[in-house]
Design a protein around this ligand. Structure first.
Ligand SMILES: CSC[C@H]1O[C@H](OP(=O)(O)O)[C@H](O)[C@@H]1O
Length: 323
């Protein structure tokens, strides 16, 4: 399945990203509770993919809910499954607005989003790749990325990792440094899987090695995704992004965010107003079912951080460069 998520005969079919890189499995989802669980466990993840999942989820609801009120309640539960990526709630509410036109209209809308996502990502990637080539003189490029922003985090192609693929296809990428992305290791598990699949040279590094690599002059440009871009240009993204932005600013290298317009949230004035998802302690105190911390340790586990606009060289979407 080239897409991370699709619709098949009345069900959502998605790659179960919890199993990668060691197993490639898909989930067949036919109910809201099942979809919420898949989103909250990051079987389905990545802001653009969440937007499409939200719309497809409402298509499921529209076919099964007994009445409008029940459908709306279920849709709102889905919209709140993960609060930081604006795409999820936006995808749900956009589809919910069509509920009055019947389930076929809701499904047609969701399928349009599904079909259009790859085009959007490729256009944003091309625009961002042009910017990188203009801002960075050195060839081949040494790029650093964080978390996973590829075809798994979108329906297809990717955003920041889509940009890396675009640059690599043109022969401009010497090496990618991929941050492991604690605690759920999206970088170690998913970005390495995508880079290997694409045949792009990479090294995996601990998150804390990223700023040092930048400060040591090993990186020409940092490319990351976003979960929500506030009206003033502040960027919410996976925890660890802010530290990379600080290091990039000090080293005077470009820090470029690549995201679809659907991630830009003009209704949120600035980053202080973005709700940052806090996740369970077990993600930090254990891994793979094995305890890694003193029993009873208290934990601080924000899934995202906020990078102030003044540390962001540019936010690149499919239609514009915001800087
Ligand atoms: C293009 S994906 C955007 C964004 O989503 C990821 O978060 P998660 O893995 O928790 O869904 C990460 O922050 C990516 O940068």
């Amino acid at each position: 399945m080239d897409r991370s998520i699709t619709w098949d005969d009345g069900a959502i079919v998605a790659v179960d990203q919890r199993a990668l890189p060691h197993a490639y499995r898909t989930l067949r989802i036919t109910g809201t509770g099942q979809l919420i669980e898949a989103i909250q466990e990051l079987a389905i993840r990545g802001a653009p993919a969440l937007g499409v999942a939200g719309a497809l989820g409402v298509a499921l609801i529209a076919r099964t809910a007994p009445d409008h009120r029940t459908a709306t309640e279920e849709a709102e539960r889905l919209a709140g499954a993960r609060p930081t990526a604006v795409n999820l709630a936006r995808g749900v509410h956009g589809a919910l607005g069509l509920l009055g036109r019947g389930p076929d209209a809701v499904l047609a809308h969701a399928l349009d989003l599904l079909a259009d996502d790859e085009r959007i990502n490729r256009e944003a990637s091309a625009r961002a790749a042009d910017l990188v080539l203009r801002l960075c003189e050195r060839r081949p490029l040494r790029l650093l990325t964080h978390c996973n922003t590829g075809r798994l985090a979108t329906v297809a192609w990717g955003t920041a990792l889509g940009t890396i693929r675009t640059l690599a296809e043109a022969g401009h990428v010497g090496e990618v440094l991929a941050g492991e992305t604690r605690p759920l290791l999206q970088g170690a598990r998913l970005t390495t899987w995508e880079l290997a699949e694409a045949g792009i040279p990479y090294r995996l590094c601990a998150d804390s090695a990223g700023p040092f690599a930048i400060g040591s002059g090993l990186v020409d440009c940092v490319l990351v995704g976003a979960d929500r871009v506030a009206a003033n240009g502040d960027v919410a993204n996976k925890i660890g992004t802010y530290a990379l932005a600080v290091a990039a600013a000090r080293q005077r290298i470009p820090f470029i965010v690549v995201a679809p317009e659907s991630t830009v949230d003009e209704s949120t004035p600035d980053g202080a107003r973005i709700v940052i998802e806090e996740r369970g302690a077990d993600e930090v105190t254990s891994f793979g079912g094995r305890s890694t911390a003193t029993p009873g340790s208290a934990v601080y586990n924000p899934a995202f951080d906020v990078t102030p606009a003044d540390l962001v060289t540019a936010v690149v979407t499919e239609t514009r460069v915001l800087s």
